[in-house]
Design a protein around this ligand. Structure first.
Ligand code: NIG
Ligand code: FE
Length: 413
């Protein structure tokens, strides 16, 4: 297997101790970002082989790269995206500037239903090509593992179509991908007077096919006022689990309705958004293994309030950060900006934000032992920064593109 030696790294960031993999980081642990100054790292094939300080640098490798002044990071792990969609929605963006709210636009048939209409009319091949381009774009921005949701289909044919696009992305991409089935993203207009019939369609008709074709890893629901109730979420999550799909849900974006407690009862891998969260819900998460995932670019784009990350971490919780890349609330998959916003608006420190976007993000995809940090045997998905003075410079210089080169599975480019 081919080896690559990266020498004279200014700082090797997010390193694991020898023969150990750190667990999901919580509370004060989120502040610890282990780093080796003036370091080297060797890859072998797709994996990280070894690393250490320059005074003990190996002499030979198939390829040698000098990283003078540059820092080496593990790739971002973006654990929440809606990367497959058919069209942008900038007219709703302008509607919001003129004063309409996200919920008002949705109630008029815009929003998710607008995206679903477009996706239903778009051929699978076209969807694939567009999504492939977005995936290549975020790859260049340092994302080295990603989750992608369905949820813009909302009919049997279109949900299966979007999930097959995600499966094809999984097959051809070098970036590891997890898929989530989000048929319960919005209620289609045709089911306006019979909500139960749509939930039945999802559970009895679509879910068995999703499972049969192995099209999803997780079950997602948008648990929110005017979308899906806690009772409907309960039914959907229970059904997903019967087919082996663990829950990973949207909840507490605009309202606190009991979605967190419900998801925790079903052993959810993560609960995502949490712009609105109370003490009781924070306590419930503390007593669980469910990961709170924050998506700060969504409230940034909607000009809404941010999740209380400081309160959550100070209470002892660990959080993950993800982009939520989608055409309605975050038309961007730039994880460096997510990290910057987490520092600027959520008052997370650079160390906490980087941990949340790498190792904790990997745990939010159940890949904590394979990705998200620099550890022996972990996947060699990495990025080299431009020459920067310190780790804090990365979120500080929020408008600069500071990623110089990316390596995916031991290969540059
Ligand atoms: O995570 N909140 C639900 N889903 C997406 C937005 C979907 C859309 O507006 O198209 C989100 O923000
Ligand atoms: Fe989302």
């Amino acid at each position: 297997m081919k080896t690559c030696l990266i020498r004279n790294i200014k700082s090797l960031v997010q390193v694991e101790p020898v023969n150990e993999n750190r667990r999901f980081l919580k509370g004060p642990e989120m502040q610890l970002l282990p780093t080796i100054e003036h370091a080297w790292l060797m890859t072998e094939g797709e994996k990280i082989h070894s690393f250490g300080p320059m005074d003990r640098c190996p002499e030979r490798a198939d390829q040698v790269v000098e990283a003078d002044g540059q820092m080496l990071f593990p790739s971002w792990v973006d654990s929440h995206t809606h990367l497959v969609f058919a069209a942008s929605r900038e007219s709703e963006f302008v509607d919001r500037i003129r004063g309409l709210s996200y919920q008002e636009i949705a109630a008029k048939g815009g929003g998710i239903l607008n995206s679903a209409k477009k996706l239903q009319q778009t051929p699978e091949e076209v969807l694939f090509e567009q999504a492939w381009e977005r995936l290549q774009e975020v790859r260049k921005l340092g994302t080295g593992a990603i989750e992608i949701k369905s949820g813009y289909g909302l009919t049997e044919a279109a949900e299966l179509k979007i999930l097959r696009v995600i499966r094809r992305l999984k097959e051809v991409s070098d970036i590891p991908i997890r898929a989530s089935f989000l048929g319960a993203h919005a209620l289609p207009a045709t089911y306006k007077n019979d909500r139960a019939a749509y939930v039945r369609l999802l559970i009895e008709q679509i879910l068995p096919q999703v499972a049969d074709e192995n099209l999803a890893d997780y079950m997602d629901v948008f648990c929110e006022k005017n979308f899906f109730s806690v009772e409907e979420t309960d039914q959907l999550l229970a059904a997903g689990l019967r087919y082996g799909l663990k829950p990973k849900i949207h909840t507490n974006q605009f309202n606190s309705m009991g979605g967190i407690q419900m998801a925790v009862r079903h052993g959810a891998v993560s609960v995502d958004h949490l712009e609105v969260i109370n003490e009781e819900e924070i306590q419930c998460l503390k007593e669980s293994e469910t990961i709170p995932t924050l998506l700060p670019t969504a409230p940034f784009f909607l000009n809404d309030h941010y999740p209380p990350a400081r309160q959550m971490i100070d209470a002892g919780l660990g959080v993950a950060l993800a982009s939520d890349y989608n055409p309605g609330t975050t038309p961007s998959g730039r994880m460096a900006f997510v990290v910057a916003l987490a520092c600027i608006k959520l008052r997370m420190t650079p160390e906490e934000a980087i941990n949340a976007a790498t190792l904790n993000g990997a745990y939010a995809l159940e890949w904590g032992y394979q990705m998200g940090s620099i550890g022996r045997g972990k996947l060699a998905n990495l990025f080299l920064t431009r020459s920067i003075p310190s780790i804090g410079y990365l979120p500080y210089a929020f408008g600069s593109d500071l990623i110089d080169r990316v390596m995916i599975r031991g290969k540059w480019g």
